[in-house]
Design a protein around this ligand. Sequence first.
Ligand SMILES: [Zn+2]
Length: 231
Amino acid sequence: MTAPTHAHWEQLRRLTHAIDARLPLTGAPPELVALRHLLPSLGLVSREFATDPRDQTLRDRTVGTLDPTEVRKALTRVLQHDQFIAGKFRSLVNSGAVQRLCRRAYALAVLDDDWPSALAVGDDGRIPVGMVVRSLNRAVEGRTTGGRRRCPAAQCTGWDVSVAWESGQDTRICSEGWHFDPESRELRIVGGGEITARVVADPSQDVQPLPRAKWPSREVLLTHPAWWSGG
Ligand SMILES: [Zn+2]
């Protein structure tokens, strides 16, 4: 098996949010099929655990404390079950257990203190100004303004980052809903709203991008410090 790449981890996060947005699932939607194929590519399913009789790892309150081996054991068992008991995988997706395990695996591989370990912050806690940000469907481009704080949403452990969008709007996007790609140095929203990444906060508060006709001109946009400093 080749080593999992950041594109794989980004896809994992994108799929877990896409699946959560469609619960409860019936049948086998494409996101579920894609997730089943992705887990082995990420090394999260291993034959070595196939006969382990312990199954204590799926309880809610423990998922956030599982180590990498325990996460792999649990996911291996989830997929193994499904070869014999039709629909078991889907029912564990509908309960949210599979997504929690996937997010724990992501956190262990990619994050440090709930923040992307590959994205350095300054001594003042701010991030570089002018980094490229992509909206959920890549339809709108943004730039970081440097602002960063703990997400204020109840029960969220993520970090909010301030973004100036080419639509002329400013939002704070929660790290629970975006992925940092170290190769391109882009922040990419992977769930929770086109330019808001609100995966934990109240979805009714979502803000949609303005129609293109209402966007500021390029000349006006480039007077914004987040846009001219990033190039
Ligand atoms: Zn949050």
